[in-house]
Write a new protein. Structure first.
Length: 257
């Protein structure tokens, strides 16, 4: 069995066939799917999917860095209110982080929102699911200022260097590995070959970043098996071993039962 630790099956891209996509995931051996939040606009969609399939999904709450705009304080306040009312409903704070790829005009707001949500994670004893893009050095500088030596969390859709990967692992983070692992020009296979399986998680980030042979099309949780197969090939171990260890990693990090 496999846990997809990061999927957005509640997004509008699945409006026409969400039930079928969920069934395909289950048929592929995906035992559980974790739903990261985006912002206030995703809360109800996420909640609806979780309620429809309570045994298949678990939720996160948080504000995606690209959703951080002028009203970011209201967005973070909503995250805090959701945690205050139903902390048991959320397995993590995510996805949160820094993204300077398209636009860095809200950089200070992104940094403040990240720090506030890291505080919430500490207060409610939750791991974090981090989205870091074109900002790994800035991320490390920020969290080092917090003065903590270790963290509970995952760097979702990892895209940094091997040096940064080791730095993250030494801080206690896992690396979330998805469809990019299967891309011909990706450097991720080298990183995965060097990092212990015990620090890796499987994810899809559906509907984005579909693995080969579906690259360029909508991604879905059922396709995670292609990521697991590629990881097994890189590590030169059976796919079952990849599934077992990454599932155990997810159960431990997110305290799933």
């Amino acid at each position: 069995m496999i846990i997809d630790t990061h999927t957005h099956l509640y997004c509008e891209e699945f409006d026409a066939d969400c039930d079928a996509a969920v069934q395909r995931a289950l048929d592929s051996g995906v035992s559980l799917m974790l739903l990261p939040a985006i912002d206030s606009g995703s809360v109800q969609r996420q909640e609806n999917l979780w309620r429809k399939y309570p045994g298949c999904f678990r939720q996160m709450t948080g504000v995606h860095p690209t959703s951080i705009k002028e009203d970011y304080e209201q967005e973070v306040a909503l995250v805090e209110s959701l945690l205050l009312s139903s902390p048991e409903k959320y397995v993590a704070i995510g996805e949160i982080g820094l993204d300077f790829y398209w636009d860095s005009s809200f950089r200070l707001q992104q940094e403040d929102a990240l720090m506030r949500q890291l505080d919430l994670a500490e207060r409610y004893d939750k791991p974090v699911a981090l989205h870091i893009r074109n900002a790994y050095d800035e991320f490390f500088q920020l969290i080092e200022r917090r003065g903590r030596s270790s963290y509970r969390g995952v760097l979702h859709c990892y895209s940094g260097t091997l040096e940064q990967a080791w730095r993250a692992v030494e801080m206690g983070f896992y690396l979330g590995i998805g469809g990019v692992l299967t891309y011909k020009k990706s450097t991720l296979p080298y990183i995965v070959s060097e990092i212990p399986l015990e620090r890796l998680l499987l994810e899809t980030d559906a509907p984005y970043l579909a693995p080969v042979p579906f690259r360029g099309h909508r991604n879905e949780s059922a396709y995670i098996v292609h990521v697991a197969e590629r990881m097994a090939d890189i590590k030169q171990i059976p796919v079952a071993r990849v599934a077992d260890v990454t599932t155990a990693n997810a159960l431990s990090l997110f305290r799933l039962s």
